[in-house]
Design a protein around this ligand. Sequence first.
Ligand SMILES: [Zn+2]
Length: 168
Amino acid sequence: MKWRPIVTVGVICAAVAGVALWVIHARLVGHWFEVHTGTVNEPGPYYGFWSGFGSDLTEFAIIGTIATGVYQLVKRYNCHYPGCWRVGNHPAAGGQFSLCYLHHPDYQGKKPTQELIQRLHREHLERQAAILARFHELREHLSDKPAGDNGVPGSGAPTAQAAKDGNP
Ligand SMILES: [Zn+2]
Protein backbone atom coordinates (compact mmCIF):
# COMPACT_ATOMS: atom_id res chain seq x y z
CA MET A 1 0.00 0.00 0.00
CA LYS A 2 2.75 2.47 -0.97
CA TRP A 3 0.90 3.97 -3.93
CA ARG A 4 -0.30 7.00 -1.95
CA PRO A 5 3.14 8.67 -1.45
CA ILE A 6 4.12 7.75 -5.01
CA VAL A 7 1.00 9.46 -6.37
CA THR A 8 1.65 12.51 -4.17
CA VAL A 9 5.25 12.79 -5.37
CA GLY A 10 4.09 12.31 -8.97
CA VAL A 11 1.51 15.10 -8.67
CA ILE A 12 4.10 17.43 -7.12
CA CYS A 13 6.63 16.62 -9.87
CA ALA A 14 3.99 17.21 -12.55
CA ALA A 15 3.05 20.55 -10.98
CA VAL A 16 6.72 21.64 -10.75
CA ALA A 17 7.34 20.56 -14.37
CA GLY A 18 4.21 22.41 -15.48
CA VAL A 19 5.27 25.62 -13.74
CA ALA A 20 8.80 25.31 -15.18
CA LEU A 21 7.48 24.80 -18.72
CA TRP A 22 5.06 27.68 -18.28
CA VAL A 23 7.86 30.01 -17.12
CA ILE A 24 10.23 28.91 -19.94
CA HIS A 25 7.58 29.17 -22.68
CA ALA A 26 5.72 32.10 -21.19
CA ARG A 27 5.79 34.04 -24.47
CA LEU A 28 3.75 31.27 -26.16
CA VAL A 29 0.92 31.65 -23.68
CA GLY A 30 0.03 35.07 -24.98
CA HIS A 31 0.51 38.75 -24.52
CA TRP A 32 -2.01 39.01 -21.69
CA PHE A 33 -0.05 36.54 -19.58
CA GLU A 34 3.21 38.25 -20.46
CA VAL A 35 1.93 41.55 -19.13
CA HIS A 36 0.28 40.04 -16.12
CA THR A 37 3.29 37.90 -15.18
CA GLY A 38 5.71 40.75 -15.72
CA THR A 39 7.74 39.04 -18.44
CA VAL A 40 7.38 42.12 -20.72
CA ASN A 41 6.72 45.77 -20.02
CA GLU A 42 8.78 45.47 -16.89
CA PRO A 43 7.92 48.81 -15.30
CA GLY A 44 4.20 47.84 -15.59
CA PRO A 45 1.78 47.70 -12.69
CA TYR A 46 2.57 44.04 -11.93
CA TYR A 47 6.35 44.37 -12.01
CA GLY A 48 6.55 45.33 -8.35
CA PHE A 49 4.46 42.37 -7.29
CA TRP A 50 6.15 39.65 -9.34
CA SER A 51 9.71 40.81 -8.69
CA GLY A 52 9.01 41.43 -5.03
CA PHE A 53 6.44 39.50 -3.07
CA GLY A 54 5.39 37.24 -5.97
CA SER A 55 8.87 35.81 -6.47
CA ASP A 56 8.88 34.72 -2.85
CA LEU A 57 5.66 32.68 -3.07
CA THR A 58 7.57 29.39 -3.53
CA GLU A 59 9.86 30.24 -0.64
CA PHE A 60 6.83 30.99 1.50
CA ALA A 61 5.39 27.60 0.66
CA ILE A 62 8.67 25.86 1.55
CA ILE A 63 9.09 27.88 4.75
CA GLY A 64 5.45 27.15 5.61
CA THR A 65 6.02 23.40 5.21
CA ILE A 66 9.18 23.51 7.33
CA ALA A 67 7.47 25.67 9.95
CA THR A 68 4.55 23.22 10.15
CA GLY A 69 6.98 20.31 10.59
CA VAL A 70 8.91 22.14 13.29
CA TYR A 71 5.64 23.08 15.00
CA GLN A 72 4.50 19.44 15.01
CA LEU A 73 7.90 18.37 16.37
CA VAL A 74 7.75 21.02 19.09
CA LYS A 75 4.18 20.02 20.00
CA ARG A 76 5.39 16.44 20.29
CA TYR A 77 8.37 17.11 22.52
CA ASN A 78 7.67 20.31 24.39
CA CYS A 79 6.76 20.53 28.06
CA HIS A 80 3.08 19.86 28.76
CA TYR A 81 2.86 22.77 31.19
CA PRO A 82 0.56 25.39 29.59
CA GLY A 83 2.56 28.09 27.80
CA CYS A 84 5.94 26.42 28.35
CA TRP A 85 8.16 25.97 25.27
CA ARG A 86 11.01 24.03 26.85
CA VAL A 87 11.78 20.45 25.85
CA GLY A 88 9.85 18.24 28.25
CA ASN A 89 11.73 14.96 28.59
CA HIS A 90 10.94 14.20 32.23
CA PRO A 91 7.89 11.94 32.52
CA ALA A 92 5.47 12.63 35.34
CA ALA A 93 2.42 10.70 36.59
CA GLY A 94 3.65 7.45 35.06
CA GLY A 95 4.42 8.96 31.65
CA GLN A 96 1.12 10.82 31.34
CA PHE A 97 3.00 14.15 31.14
CA SER A 98 6.34 15.12 29.67
CA LEU A 99 7.65 18.05 31.63
CA CYS A 100 10.76 20.20 31.68
CA TYR A 101 12.87 20.32 34.84
CA LEU A 102 11.28 23.67 35.70
CA HIS A 103 7.76 22.26 35.84
CA HIS A 104 8.39 18.70 37.02
CA PRO A 105 7.05 18.39 40.59
CA ASP A 106 10.09 16.36 41.74
CA TYR A 107 12.61 19.07 40.81
CA GLN A 108 10.84 22.02 42.47
CA GLY A 109 11.70 24.51 39.73
CA LYS A 110 15.44 23.81 39.78
CA LYS A 111 17.76 21.79 37.62
CA PRO A 112 18.18 18.34 39.19
CA THR A 113 21.28 18.34 41.39
CA GLN A 114 23.55 15.40 42.13
CA GLU A 115 21.96 15.09 45.57
CA LEU A 116 18.41 15.12 44.13
CA ILE A 117 19.25 12.52 41.46
CA GLN A 118 20.70 10.20 44.08
CA ARG A 119 17.76 10.73 46.44
CA LEU A 120 15.17 10.10 43.71
CA HIS A 121 17.08 7.05 42.50
CA ARG A 122 17.21 5.67 46.05
CA GLU A 123 13.49 6.36 46.53
CA HIS A 124 12.72 4.66 43.24
CA LEU A 125 14.71 1.55 44.23
CA GLU A 126 13.04 1.46 47.65
CA ARG A 127 9.63 1.73 46.02
CA GLN A 128 10.49 -1.05 43.57
CA ALA A 129 11.73 -3.26 46.42
CA ALA A 130 8.56 -2.56 48.42
CA ILE A 131 6.37 -3.47 45.44
CA LEU A 132 8.40 -6.64 44.85
CA ALA A 133 8.21 -7.62 48.54
CA ARG A 134 4.45 -7.03 48.55
CA PHE A 135 4.14 -9.11 45.39
CA HIS A 136 6.09 -12.01 46.92
CA GLU A 137 4.03 -11.73 50.11
CA LEU A 138 0.83 -11.89 48.07
CA ARG A 139 2.07 -14.86 46.06
CA GLU A 140 3.10 -16.80 49.17
CA HIS A 141 -0.25 -15.98 50.72
CA LEU A 142 -2.06 -17.25 47.61
CA SER A 143 0.02 -20.44 47.36
CA ASP A 144 -0.46 -21.10 51.10
CA LYS A 145 -4.22 -20.86 51.04
CA PRO A 146 -5.18 -23.84 48.83
CA ALA A 147 -2.77 -26.10 50.76
CA GLY A 148 -4.28 -24.95 54.06
CA ASP A 149 -8.00 -25.32 53.44
CA ASN A 150 -7.84 -27.76 50.51
CA GLY A 151 -9.48 -25.26 48.17
CA VAL A 152 -12.70 -25.10 50.19
CA PRO A 153 -13.51 -21.51 51.09
CA GLY A 154 -15.22 -21.07 54.42
CA SER A 155 -15.17 -19.16 57.72
CA GLY A 156 -13.72 -22.08 59.63
CA ALA A 157 -10.72 -22.60 57.32
CA PRO A 158 -8.13 -20.36 59.12
CA THR A 159 -8.88 -21.88 62.54
CA ALA A 160 -8.78 -25.39 61.07
CA GLN A 161 -5.38 -24.55 59.52
CA ALA A 162 -4.14 -23.11 62.81
CA ALA A 163 -5.24 -26.20 64.66
CA LYS A 164 -3.51 -28.40 62.11
CA ASP A 165 -0.30 -26.33 62.39
CA GLY A 166 -0.44 -26.43 66.19
CA ASN A 167 -1.02 -30.22 66.44
CA PRO A 168 0.86 -32.05 63.70
ZN1 LIG B 1 7.87 23.44 31.37
